[in-house]
Ligand binder design. Structure first.
Ligand SMILES: [Zn+2]
Length: 98
């Protein structure tokens, strides 16, 4: 009787036992999902780091403009009421120690 060979579609490993073949597929699928999740996490972290860099650069640019403005005109006044400034901006202002 000819031995049937089962080839795992994910890793390509060949199995003579159907059970071992099934176990291989399950293990390979679990590994693939784990790698996929790790890749997605790494991509999200990269995106967050890039957006933070953009914010930091914008903050630097803002500080530079503000410093030049104050140097030329002596003061820079803004209306700051809770209604006018969104919460997110409030945090940005805190960042600049206003
Ligand atoms: Zn496999």
């Amino acid at each position: 009787m000819e031995t049937k060979i089962y080839t795992c579609p994910i890793c390509g490993k060949e199995h003579e036992e159907l059970n071992a073949y099934a176990q291989c597929i399950l293990a390979c699928e679990a590994k693939r999902k784990k790698e996929e999740a790790e890749l997605k996490k790494a991509q999200l972290e990269l995106e967050q780091a890039m957006r933070k860099k953009s914010l930091d650069e914008a903050g630097e640019h803002y500080r530079k403009l503000l410093t030049e403005y104050i140097k030329d005109y002596g003061t820079y006044e803004v209306k700051r009421t809770a209604e006018e400034i969104p919460v997110a901006f409030g945090k940005l202002f805190d960042f600049f120690n206003w």
